[in-house]
Design a protein around this ligand. Structure first.
Ligand SMILES: Nc1ncnc2c1ncn2[C@@H]1O[C@H](COP(=O)(O)OP(=O)(O)OP(=O)(O)O)[C@@H](O)[C@H]1O
Length: 307
């Protein structure tokens, strides 16, 4: 297993009566995009702020490369982050903004030109950042995160305000960062943005981790092993039950069964000469899997609000 670059262990944080973090623990590994996903208020931003030393936890630890972020001598060379894309000095050009940060970290102008190119900002680098769209600000934030060429990136809602072209660009950027060996933690409350991009997801609700697993496993568990058979044969459901399947839906044109592999479904029907025309394995989208897992966390919030 690759070395973990961010390790969060047992974080707790209370704001007044709100328990924002309630035992948050997970690790982010090199060469992977880890999606950090949860409903509004689940504690994603607070966790990221704690990792950066911007909020102090009531309990627990957050380490970057084995050390607290605040103790790192050149932090931008360890962890690049995008937390609030709107936080800019509006009259400063994008390039000057980057030069200013680079200078404060002992980095040269060569790094500034490199990240302007990596973030696709060449055409607007000499314009005042105050006039940037949110999508352009996100790109400027990405450029800032890359200044120190860090092994780890942590991005809070980087798809916010991006147009479809920007979203595709961002996915490509995240993918190539992971391919280069970086550890990438990306928060989002939209699963669809991370589909086909994250290899692992940490799903959170109510300040703690609900699921932490490879995306492929999450999809497999959410699909529930359901198989739909297109058949008009009335005996199909009974045959599949007799083979050990649980029939979850049955209508004149099809039967849906769980607990049987597609091969077994085909073999059972064929053995009894039951005619069928199609066998389809149900694949859950990441969105469906996520909604299934976070339903309780969301309902909790809704019922709290209703009180
Ligand atoms: N500075 C603060 N003062 C008071 N409450 C806060 C503060 N920061 C966060 N909270 C509360 O802590 C909880 C977690 O918030 P957080 O922003 O970490 O969630 P999130 O998962 O990032 O949500 P979102 O998807 O909406 O950004 C929320 O109930 C929020 O209102």
């Amino acid at each position: 297993m690759t070395e973990a670059t961010i390790v969060v262990d047992g974080l707790r944080k209370r704001f007044g009566s709100t328990q924002a973090l309630d035992g948050m623990s997970f690790a982010v590994r090199a060469g992977q995009i880890t999606g950090f996903i949860g409903p509004n208020g689940a504690g994603k931003s607070t966790t990221m702020r704690v990792i950066l030393g911007l909020d102090r936890p009531d309990a627990g630890t957050a380490l970057v490369g084995g050390r607290p972020y605040r103790t790192l001598r050149r932090p931008l060379c360890h962890l690049g982050s995008l937390l609030d894309a709107a936080a800019l000095q509006p009259s400063r050009t994008a390039r000057n903004h980057l030069l200013w940060i680079a200078h404060s970290q002992g980095l040269g102008a060569d790094r500034v030109d490199a990240v302007i190119e990596q973030a696709g900002l060449q055409a607007v680098a000499r314009r005042a950042a105050g006039g940037f769209s949110l999508g352009m600000r996100q790109r400027l934030g990405i450029a800032m995160a890359l200044l120190g060429d860090p092994p780890t990136l942590m991005l809070d809602e980087p798809f916010n305000g991006m147009d479809p072209e920007g979203i595709i660009w961002m996915r490509g950027f995240l993918r190539s960062s992971a391919e280069q060996g970086r550890a990438v933690l990306v928060s989002s409350h939209l699963m669809s943005e991370l589909q086909d991009c994250a290899s692992r997801v940490v799903i959170v609700g109510r300040g703690r981790v609900i699921a932490d697993m490879p995306v492929a496993d999450l999809l497999r568990s959410a699909s529930g092993g359901r198989v739909t058979v297109r058949t008009g044969a009335p005996e199909a459901a009974d045959v599949l039950r007799a083979a050990g399947g649980a029939v979850t839906a049955s209508d004149p044109g099809s039967v849906t069964v769980s607990g049987l592999e597609p091969d077994r479904v085909i073999a059972s029907l064929s053995a009894r000469a039951v005619p069928f025309s199609e066998v389809a394995v149900h694949r859950a989208s990441l969105e469906e899997a996520y909604l299934e897992l976070t339903r309780d966390a969301v309902e909790y919030r809704a019922s709290e609000a209703a009180r």
